[in-house]
Design a protein around this ligand. Sequence first.
Ligand code: ARG
Length: 402
Amino acid sequence: MEKVALAFSGGLDTSVCVPLLEEEYGAAEVIGVTVDVGQPQAELDEAIETARALDLEHHMVDETEAFAALCLRSVRANASYQGYPLGTALARPIIAQAISEVAQAEGCDALAHGCTGKGNDQLRFEAVWRRSSMEVVAPVRELGLTRAWEIEYAADRAIPVEAGNEGDWSIDANLWSRSIEGGELEDPTSIPPEEIYEWTAPISSRPTEPAYLTIGFNEGVPVSIDGEALDPVTLIEQLNDLGGRHGVGRNDLMEDRMLGLKVRSNYEHPAATILLMAHTALEELVLTTDERNFKRYVDDQWAQKAYEGLIDGPFIGALEGFIDTTQGRVTGAVTMLVHDGLARPVARDSEHAVYSKEAASFNTETVHGIEQSDATGVAKYHGFQERFVSESMREQQTDIEE
Ligand code: ARG
């Protein structure tokens, strides 16, 4: 291996990979690539500083806009995997692709990541990377490193490790979600301590007054808040901020990872919670019963593949054929009430509503040429087959008794 491009976050795992790639893999040169997908500025700064301290050639690629667009695309699919709106999962293919492009441009012959052999991210990175002819290496997994070993190794080599890295938590944050795993969360009987949350206010310091906000949708994509058109990054940031102040979007899950291992994971994702609920509420107004029923299945499959990091595969492409057709009518607005950890739709409006107030109302006579008494025939037929079944059961019962 001559020159290797390392997916570099500045965290403990990726920092120890730098010397290990040289010592254990014989890399002549290592470059670090950090991809900005809307993680907190402090994290990006930490990557830059750690790279400098390691004397690592460092590249920063900004993919925030592409990532925000993908997050909003996922809203059209109501994308949620076991209650998790997929922040990390959606970001990985974009990060992997950006790194592979830098590697190509810099004449690298290998790609490396610092993922362990237990999680999903190794699979998501490599699903993208193994399409190229470059060698792929994963030191933490291949050398079987533990966190304790890494901390000691870092101390030995004077590898600068931020205090956060030595903490108990394994954290991954981007524009769409913040994920917290590890530490005492690994015990499902432990109650998550308040300190793990950064985006969402604790119960004790949330506004007492609820907030009402109206999300505008165009063909299934959220485009505005309270009538003000916003670009995807700003729209998500504003909702993270507002929802977070009200404590919206916390999640404590037992998540089934791709390898079959369950993981106790905690999340914060205020904007995703608000947008997914608002989008579902609008679909409830404009989609037919059949579309709603079938779309739940399509959405589930979409989320499953997105979780696996196969966002640009043919299966998602095929599912999006159905999603695109339905979303043509998902244009309108939903008003959300946000308060004390909860978000819920309170009003919805669309010119494509599959709804007639008159037809549904208890107060009107004949509408659309239909009157109440027309239902009598339907009521006579409804349950026709079930009547036969209950009759034969009754006969059987009397036979037994006789
Ligand atoms: N369990 C989530 C996923 O697989 C998040 C993983 C993020 N990593 C972390 N160290 N918190 O997408």
